[in-house]
Design a protein around this ligand. Structure first.
Ligand code: ATP
Length: 605
């Protein structure tokens, strides 16, 4: 496929404010793509070259280098290009404008005018392969290699193509096209119906590589998708929990009995033991292996199988007492350098709670009892690599006493897991098979929510002109939209505020993003990407916000009173934010609690 087709799709996607239209742009694009390159098309649409977890170098060359490449491709002085950049503020527009006003220069110095008719001959495969070489080039001389490769692409590109080559190279495509939109479009393009989207999603949940899933679908159809099973080395999307604060209610949801485990407050880790090594993936499926050489060693020694996928929580511990340390301590392990020093200062333990695959056998369809049994067999426990503390309970008092024990020992609460025959591992889904029960649910909205930034407001007075508040939204997986919840203007430290403009800059767009549902008009719109943890006094109803509008009362949505910013959730993507449905549930629970308290306070007549 010609790169021109992809560039046009990028352009259309960038301009639309309608999600339906965005999907149909993708359907057209996928229908035009040959099956051999559909994976590349998917990665490029998301501004990447491969899935994040692959742990391979990403694009994102600096502006200086890109300017050098443009200068070479278009035979224009670097300082002229710099001034254009100051005026246009976007390397993509600079490249496009240079390409339309000037003939290209062949790389190597020889000026060769490329005829108009000869332009637009770049193919997707050529662009992809060249970009991959740019990303992979390292070491001595790699700067020149990168400049030459980029210049060669730009010199062959038509103006619109040059815009996107430049943005891709800079790592700034940021169209905000989510996995859900891509899955909808794949389903329509290759099965003729959106009704097959669940099959696509299931495959993706089990094998978190959308490019690979698309290729299987494009080449082998729905039948091919059915054959997709866990594969060590490729992460499985994590199963997630609902939340409740009443043990009786928890047990009625899980069917009377539950396996209750400590809820450790650390970092979730999906550990893949392969024949030739160990890989660790985070909650967001990023490859975090390099941060934890100690865990790699523990897994190598402690997993008695050739290949296996297990899940657990990595927690910082006190090396003398073995006691768990607060979650914040783990932040010291998030570094690229001096990893071994951090490892000595902040030792960790791993508490394993699930097993999804062992030597050719997928366990995701098995009930938790079976999985736990396999886990206990496959893991040779040691002090710092062991199974999560767990008991089976069938009454509320039993659950509560385990909950208290968990808290005393420094856990955040407990996870109650259904144990019936249908208690499978629901990859990528949040459901009632797992329920979190945390200490802080007891009081009024002390539990935070994670909301996605979709817009921002500029401050007045002291903060004149600079961003001083955010418009944040919850995620609705059903419609794949972000629905606004509130405007957050407090809770930021001065340092947070200082950085806001810079942080948002790469995501600023000229109009409401097609996946955002909002009635508020912020001063700037942004592509949904950043997730903020927010806490408020209570949940309220609001006619200004669109979150789950009509779910509680006609014409009004759910909002948060006195919201304040707690911290950025870098470990979450926009689709991992709190869902609109969760907010409705939280609101209903709040109502119930208020009315129960009122009944308790009421004087008997
Ligand atoms: P999410 O539910 O979206 O993951 P969150 O990051 O705010 O939201 P938590 O409220 O901390 O998550 O609850 C779920 C997380 O709890 C899991 O992702 C996992 O990292 C952690 N966890 C700790 N102990 C357990 C356990 N025994 N079983 C399952 N998960 C556990």
């Amino acid at each position: 496929m010609q790169f021109e087709v992809l560039a046009k799709a990028f352009d259309e996607a960038e301009r639309t404010t309608s999600r339906t239209q965005l999907t149909s742009i993708l359907v057209d694009l996928f229908k035009k793509s040959e099956p051999e390159i559909i994976d590349k098309v998917i990665y490029l649409l998301q501004g990447k070259l491969w899935p994040d977890w692959a742990g391979l170098p990403e694009l994102g060359v600096g502006l200086k280098l890109l300017i050098k490449a443009m200068s070479k491709a278009f035979n224009v002085g670097e300082s002229d290009i710099e001034s254009m950049y100051v005026k246009l503020g976007d390397a993509g527009k600079v490249a496009e404008s240079l390409r339309s006003s000037r003939p290209a220069q062949a790389v190597g110095g020889l000026v060769k005018f490329i005829q108009k008719a000869e332009t637009a001959r770049l193919t997707v495969a050529e662009v992809y392969d060249t970009l991959a070489r740019v990303a992979m080039a390292t070491g001595e001389g790699s700067r020149d290699v990168k400049i030459n490769l980029i210049a060669s692409l730009l010199s062959k590109a038509a103006p619109l193509e040059a815009r996107y080559v430049a943005r891709l190279v800079e790592g700034r495509l940021r169209l905000g096209i989510g996995d859900a939109t891509i899955m909808d479009a794949l389903s329509v393009a290759f099965t003729g119906s959106a009704l097959n989207r669940p099959a696509v999603e299931h495959a993706y949940n089990v094998r978190a590589d959308l490019g690979n899933v698309a290729k299987v679908l494009a080449t082998r159809g729905l039948e091919g998708l059915k054959g997709i099973a866990p594969r060590p080395g490729i992460p499985i999307r994590p199963m997630l929990a609902e939340r409740l604060s009443d043990p009786q209610e928890i047990l009625s949801k899980t069917g009377g009995a539950a396996l209750v485990e400590y809820k450790y407050d650390g970092e979730r880790a999906q550990i893949h033991k392969l024949k030739d090594g160990v890989l660790i993936f985070s909650r967001r499926l990023e490859n975090i292996t390099h941060q934890y050489p100690d865990v790699v060693e523990m897994a190598r020694e402690g997993i008695r199988a050739e290949e296996a996928i297990v899940e657990g929580e990595i927690v910082c511990i006190d090396p003398d007492t073995g006691a768990m340390r607060p979650f914040q301590e783990l932040m010291h392990r998030k570094r690229k350098h001096d990893v071994h020093e951090a490892m000595r200062e902040y030792p960790v333990a791993v508490y394993l709670f699930d097993v999804l695959y062992v030597d050719g056998r997928s366990l995701i369809g098995e009930p938790i009892g079976t999985r736990r049994e396999v886990l206990s067999k496959v893991v040779a426990e040691s002090e710092r690599f062991r199974l999560s503390e767990a008991v089976t309970v069938s009454s509320a008092p039993e659950l509560d006493s385990f909950f208290l024990k968990a808290i005393e020992e420094g856990a955040e609460g407990v996870m109650a897991k259904a144990v019936h025959s249908q208690s499978v591992y629901q990859a990528g889904a949040r459901g009632w098979l797992w329920i979190k029960y945390k200490r802080d649910y007891k009081s009024e909205m002390t539990d935070t929510v994670d909301l996605v930034v979709v817009g921002a407001f500029r401050g007045r007075g002291r903060r004149g002109g600079k961003v001083g508040a955010l418009l944040v939204a919850a995620y609705d997986p059903e419609s794949d939209t972000f629905q606004t919840v509130c405007k957050v203007g407090s809770g930021f430290s001065d340092a947070d505020l200082e950085k806001l403009d810079e942080l948002l800059a790469p995501y600023v767009i000229g109009h409401r993003h097609p996946r955002v549902v909002s009635e508020m008009e912020p001063d700037v719109w942004v592509t949904p990407a950043l997730v903020a943890e927010v806490l408020g006094a209570e949940l309220t109803l609001s006619s200004q916000h669109t979150c789950c509008r009509g779910a509680i009362r006609k014409g009004v949505g759910i909002s948060i009173r006195f919201p304040r910013f707690i911290r950025w959730r870098d470990d979450k993507g926009p689709e991992d934010a709190t869902t609109t449905k969760e907010l409705v549930e939280m609101y209903l629970r709040q109502l119930k609690r208020i009315s129960e308290e009122a009944v308790e306070r009421a004087e008997p007549q």
